[in-house]
Design a protein around this ligand. Structure first.
Ligand code: ADP
Ligand code: MG
Length: 399
């Protein structure tokens, strides 16, 4: 992964047509874009190419139209939002290939930007049909992929095009790959991983991979309950996948063999009802959870000990909150541990990389998102990377 082509390898783009795969799957409400983070991420790549005189053609998917045109999923709906971020006018092209696209591209001057229609309007996109990719490539000279978030899918515009045209990672893709490489590819040791979230079942592959990669595996969130149950702890009414306690035991054994220390909470925040600041809230040892109580967060003593673990580490990779952080005070462990990680990162003793939809929300809630070394907003692709899988969109850029 470490050797991939970058924009620095793409020379003399003036006058050339460059396809740029970006993430424009923007959240919408009542026909309006509510968040432009994804556009901002790729703006440097788009503007760099345009300013070098390339004719830039943006390619992206939007929603799940399943191979058919749907006016509600036309990328023309986000054109205004993209223009606002780029502070440039762009041309909308209602095709991705064929004579209409060719004619529109012919009109573009050097440095102009075109936005092509939702790639998933054509079945060839998700099928990674080489003919579909070739039809898109026919109008272009080079392909730049700046959408790490779509790199776990082998689709025509995430993988296929890179097989046909000279292909390069955009700036956002480059930063993401470099950060991820620092965290798990060639990390400074010792390495800690924090894995939390609701369920073990959604992160089995992550846990199995990490035990062979990291020195400390910190398990929190609902999934810790399954591990505690595997160790014979009665977790009461807690969210727990009892059918997976055997699998949890296997993971603990594998960690043992690999020399990975697994940290499970030994004190927890529990309550009888799941509500904000419930009257039944108490902190107790994991062995003292009553049958009618739920574990909703890691306890303060465990968090302090985990902070001490992070102080001995040089690298941290984090996915999944430590508790039900959306509901106070069950955000306490996540917030405290995140702040410790952020402080260590600021001091320069820790490289910290985090990702996952709820994890990003939790780190924002803790007010530390800017202090981590890198935060990935790519949900599925980030998790597949944490599973140690090769992402097809990235593999296609490798030299
Ligand atoms: P991510 O999106 O970052 O990968 P997940 O989706 O796996 O994270 O998990 C996040 C969810 O896990 C949150 O909604 C959080 O409330 C929930 N969660 C964490 N700890 C617990 C717990 N002890 N009991 C119930 N739910 C929990
Ligand atoms: Mg989630």
């Amino acid at each position: 992964m470490s050797n991939f082509r970058k924009l620095d390898d793409l020379n003399d783009v003036a006058g050339k047509v460059v396809l740029v795969r970006v993430d424009l799957n923007l959240p919408m409400q009542d026909g309006h874009v509510t968040d432009t983070t994804r556009v901002k991420a790729s703006a440097p790549t788009i503007l760099e190419l345009a300013d070098k005189g390339a004719k830039v053609l943006l390619l992206a998917h939007f929603g799940r139209p399943k191979g058919q045109r749907h006016s509600t999923m036309s990328l023309s709906l986000v054109q205004g939002a993209v223009e606002e971020v780029l502070k440039r006018e762009i041309m909308f092209i209602p095709e991705v290939a064929g004579p209409v696209a060719a004619q529109a591209i012919g009109i573009l001057r050097d440095g102009d930007i075109g936005l092509m229609e939702n790639t998933r309007f054509w079945p060839g996109e998700e099928k990674n049909d080489p003919e579909f990719a070739a039809a898109i490539a026919a109008n272009a000279d080079a392909f730049v992929n700046d959408a790490f978030s779509a790199a776990h899918r082998a689709h025509a515009t995430t993988e296929g095009l890179a097989r046909i045209l000279p292909a390069y990672a955009g700036r956002a893709m480059q930063s993401e790959l470099e950060a991820l490489d620092k965290a798990l590819g060639a990390p400074e040791k010792p390495v800690a991983a924090v894995v939390g979230g609701a369920k073990v079942s959604t992160k089995l592959a992550v846990l199995k991979h990490l035990v062979g990669q990291v020195d400390h595996l910190i398990i929190g969130g609902g999934m810790a309950n399954t591990f505690l149950a595997a160790r014979g702890v009665d977790v009461g009414k807690s969210l727990c996948e009892h059918d997976l306690t055997g699998t949890a035991e296997d993971i603990l054994d594998a960690a043992d063999k690999a020399g990975c220390t697994v940290h499970l909470p030994y004190d927890v925040a529990v309550a009888k009802e799941f509500a904000a600041n419930p009257p039944s809230l108490r902190i107790c040892n994991v062995h003292e959870v009553a049958v009618d109580e739920m574990i909703l967060d890691v306890g303060p003593q465990a968090v302090e000990a985990l902070g001490d673990v992070l102080k001995t580490c040089r690298t941290l990779v984090w996915n999944g909150p430590m508790g039900a952080f959306e509901t106070e005070p069950f955000d306490a462990a996540t917030v405290a541990l995140a702040r410790t990680a952020a402080a260590l990162t600021k001091e320069g003793s820790l490289v910290s990389v985090a990702g996952g939809g709820d994890t990003v929300a939790a780190l924002n809630h803790a007010g530390v998102a800017d202090d981590f070394t890198y935060i990935s907003t790519a949900g599925g692709a980030f998790l597949e990377w944490m599973e140690g899988r090769e992402l097809p969109g990235v593999a296609a850029l490798t030299v």
